[in-house]
Write a protein that binds this ligand. Structure first.
Ligand code: FE2
Length: 438
């Protein structure tokens, strides 16, 4: 007998009336036309034509800072640099217990929103490495329901901080998964480039993935992504290196970018854009026109580069909003990048599901036979409708087990001149061309 049988589901690739059978935490069958009578199962779920998606994945987050908004004060200017200074004020006041409590609370938010894998940077510049200890403990505790991958992030600059490299290496020895960096925050461009080489060599020697905050500024001459791509190729790290933010690319000279994009693609370097944060933190030194600072997402995709959208911040020194909703992240991304065609919107859905899963090297991710039975039932018929509505996550499953449920969004209208009450749901009418994958 099956553990779970899901039927009458739509999938992100546009297939409809699909069924999915689960046994021992894995998808053992994925086929069209399965019904409740197809096989006996302990639990059955009629998806009623709604979308079943693999879980959301956030490729870029800061879980050590999350939910600390207002501690010890609010970022008045709203700039990246005041945020970094504010984080520096908060760090000595942090306790391991409070870090764990806030991170666990965020993971609860994430699970409710169907976000079941997060790559979080963790600041390794505190000599106590308190945040590293705390997030390693959080990783252990949430492991049954959420994959937390940690990046050793030298917020103050691995070379600018005299003990930066030593602390980063200690964090890796403690169990942090990925080598981070912040070349644009080093003292000079040359030092930034040196930090990229040094950290990529370290990752190559230790067999680690790389994910650097790279060129998070409006300075068109901040070109550390070029060095990152060069080093990835030189050291044979194709498919293992990610450049995060890359906002300077928004402001770069077009001729230079025409050379840079193929270099990034050839080096197998992935890019993570953080639309909510980039659009609020960049362009702060501009009058008008104000640059929006998001990296060149459609152009990178056109070159075959894997691009994900990350949340980056939720209620922390840099950003006072956010709710672990990756559909909000993708929606902002598609608006800022003007990715409004049906095909481009589906790419934006991929940018918060399958693309970050690839960047994190998640094992067994996806809706295929043999994959983990991890999926989300959304109150939407396809991924474009899910984006339009930031659709309710009706049910969230992991390894075939129900983790979270949210009631469907429904309003009862009381309209004069109409008999009785009218129930209204935000979805487009069945059969409408709106919200149906062409
Ligand atoms: Fe970040």
């Amino acid at each position: 007998m099956l553990d779970l049988l899901v039927y009458n589901a739509s999938l992100p690739d546009g297939r409809s009336n699909m069924g999915l059978a689960v046994q021992d935490g894995r998808i053992v069958e994925l086929a069209a036309g399965l019904t409740s009578a197809s096989a006996p199962a302990h639990e059955q779920l009629d998806a009623q034509g709604q979308l079943i998606s693999p879980p959301f994945v956030d490729a870029h987050f800061h879980m050590d800072a999350t939910l600390s908004y207002g501690l010890p004060r609010v970022n008045q200017s709203g700039t990246l640099l005041e945020g970094i200074a504010l984080w520096g004020e908060l760090k000595p006041l942090l306790t391991e217990e409070a870090l764990i409590e806030r991170a666990l609370a965020y993971c609860d938010w994430a699970v409710a929103k169907g976000l079941l894998a997060v790559r979080s940077h963790v600041d390794v510049c505190d000599p106590r490495l308190l945040a590293v200890q705390a997030l390693l403990e959080v990783k252990r505790r949430v492991a049954p329901y959420l994959d937390l991958q940690l990046v050793a992030f030298p917020q103050d600059g691995v070379l600018r901080d005299p003990q930066g490299l030593d602390k980063l290496q200690r964090a890796l020895r403690m169990g942090v998964d990925v080598v981070g960096g912040i070349p644009h925050f080093e003292r000079t461009m040359a030092e930034g480039a040196r930090s990229v080489s040094l950290l990529c060599e370290l990752a190559a020697n230790e067999g680690k993935l790389v994910d650097m905050h790279c060129d998070e500024s409006d300075d068109p001459l901040s070109r550390h992504i070029e060095t990152l791509a060069f080093e990835a190729q030189r050291l044979g790290l194709q498919g293992r290196v990610t450049g995060s933010h890359c906002t300077s690319m928004h402001s770069m000279d077009n001729y230079y970018v025409s050379k840079l994009l193929p270099l990034i693609a050839q080096a197998g370097v992935s890019v993570v854009s953080n639309p909510l944060i980039n659009i609020t933190l960049q362009g702060r030194h501009d009058t008008y026109p104000k640059r929006r600072g998001m990296t060149r997402v459609p152009e990178l995709l056109a070159q075959g580069v894997t691009v994900a959208f990350g949340h980056d911040c939720v209620m922390d020194p840099w950003y006072s909003l956010g709710s672990a909703d990756m559909l909000e992240v993708a929606s902002m991304g598609l608006h800022v990048a003007q990715m409004t065609s049906q095909a481009a919107m589906r790419q934006c859905f991929d940018a918060v599901t399958s693309s970050p899963a690839k960047i994190l090297h998640l094992d067994g991710y996806g809706l295929e036979k043999g994959c983990h039975a991890d999926f989300v039932l959304l109150q939407a018929r396809d991924c474009v409708e899910a984006l339009r509505l930031r659709a309710t996550r009706l049910k969230v499953y992991r390894r075939g087990r129900l983790l979270a449920e949210t009631p469907a969004a429904t309003a009862t209208l009381h309209l004069s001149g109409r008999a009785g009450h009218t129930a209204w749901q935000p979805q487009s009418p069945p059969g409408s061309a709106l919200g149906i994958n062409p």
